[in-house]
Ligand binder design. Structure first.
Ligand SMILES: NC(=O)c1ccc[n+]([C@@H]2O[C@H](COP(=O)([O-])OP(=O)(O)OC[C@H]3O[C@@H](n4cnc5c(N)ncnc54)[C@H](OP(=O)(O)O)[C@@H]3O)[C@@H](O)[C@H]2O)c1
Length: 359
């Protein structure tokens, strides 16, 4: 029994290595997860790109100069030295690109527990929480593979939607989403589309030429345009931009194009990480970090209400996703390495949803 991991060089993201190590031995108070399956999307590439700045390398540390990119997925407890966590408990949460993970559970209740290993204590609590699959009302076996792909991204989009709503959309008439084909953008477009009758906002998608047909086919956007075409096609009206792409120069140019019509830019992602130059010169731009907004929502709405609203919308979006996204399995560490490198270079087909399951 060995623990197989994919390692990424922290300062040269193109350098990868496989690690085959002993499975960690658990101590009193700890449990061992066998990582069953997890998703890989551009979001994980962003974890690597901002690994130092946002501390993503700190979750599952290994020997320098290597790092392990975190992923969202399912794990099953296969050994336990904790009296309140039983072998066989299946959980959803944050895992390394490995097939085993040792954690120290605490704050255990009917729904889940948190890892309180010392090195994770300074990191955002949402990433340290493992929810019990058996107690999750939104979990359905028939769409299980969609959960790790959609859930972490949908949470973000749900929070962005409610942030915009609370800000009364910064008085904007249109909401422009960049990297409109990304799953996180699609989830926000779904929320905007679903609430369109009440909000009355035009939903505009900006994407690559090759992805225009796919983005149109979702039916969520009122208007879809290629990055090259926004100077002529973008209506000059009050606008909020929700940026998933990180194309710094393009944001500055749109800002100039819109002038006073630009009300706010929410900086969410950096799918096009190579064109990112820093956001200092970008007008009215503010970072949106989902874990911080999640903590705020839990405080103001309470955990129960937040999860109920979130799960209700997410179940609908997962229903839609079955039509839009094809589950694509990844079954070896070699293929995972290739896929990671393809994604790093933006060779991403938005119609595919990768689920990694390595025996
Ligand atoms: N702030 C937060 O808390 C938070 C939370 C969740 C996600 N996010 C961010 O949202 C972004 C989207 O993540 P996702 O997992 O939803 O992505 P995804 O579904 O894998 O997105 C794929 C799309 O991203 C664009 N893309 C990917 N790689 C690219 C590259 N190298 N160069 C240019 N374009 C590229 C392409 O879209 P187009 O052709 O349409 O541009 C592609 O179709 C990520 O940056 C992620 O980190 C942020």
């Amino acid at each position: 029994m060995q623990n197989h991991s994919l390692l990424v060089h922290k300062t040269n993201l193109y350098q990868i290595e496989q690690q085959h190590a002993e499975v960690p031995e658990i101590q009193d108070g700890e449990v061992l997860f066998k990582v069953n399956k997890y998703a890989l999307t551009t979001n994980n590439i962003t974890y690597a790109v901002s690994g130092f700045k946002l501390k993503y390398w700190d979750f599952f540390p290994t020997e320098d100069p290597w790092g392990i990119v975190p992923v969202w997925g399912f794990g099953e407890v296969v050994a336990s030295k904790h009296p309140d966590v039983a072998v066989g408990e299946r959980c959803y949460g944050y895992f390394p690109m490995s097939n085993y993970l040792c954690i120290q559970p605490s704050k255990i209740n009917a729904f889940g527990f948190s890892d309180v290993k010392p090195h994770r204590q300074a990191l955002a609590p949402i990433y340290n929480y493992y929810s019990k699959v058996a107690a999750d009302p939104s979990f359905k076996t028939e769409v299980e593979d969609y959960m790790p792909i959609i859930k972490p991204l949908f949470v973000t989009s749900f929070l962005i939607y409610h942030f915009l709503l609370e800000e009364i959309f910064f008085s904007a008439e249109q909401i422009v989403l960049t990297s409109a084909s990304s799953k996180t953008a699609l989830a926000l477009a779904f929320m905007l589309h679903k609430n369109k009758a009440a909000d009355q906002k035009a939903i505009v998608g900006l994407t690559s030429k090759r992805n225009i047909d796919f983005v149109k086919s979702t039916g969520y956007y009122d208007q879809v345009m290629a990055y090259e075409d926004y100077p002529t096609e973008l209506t000059e009206t009050s606008t909020v931009i929700v940026d998933f792409a990180g194309k710094t120069e393009m944001l500055s140019t749109i800002g100039t194009h819109l002038g006073d019509h630009l009300k706010h830019i929410a900086l969410i992602g950096i799918t096009d990480w190579k064109s990112m130059r820093g956001f200092k010169g970008v007008p009215k731009a503010e970072f949106f970090f989902a874990p911080t907004h999640a903590q705020q929502k839990y405080k103001t709405w309470g955990v129960e209400k937040t999860n109920l609203l979130l799960n209700t919308d997410m179940v609908h979006f997962i229903g839609d996703s079955q039509q839009l996204i094809d589950i694509t399995p990844v079954e070896s560490l070699d293929r995972l390495g290739e896929l990671y490198l393809e994604m790093l270079d933006g060779k991403v087909d938005p119609k595919k949803g990768y689920i990694v399951q390595i025996p």
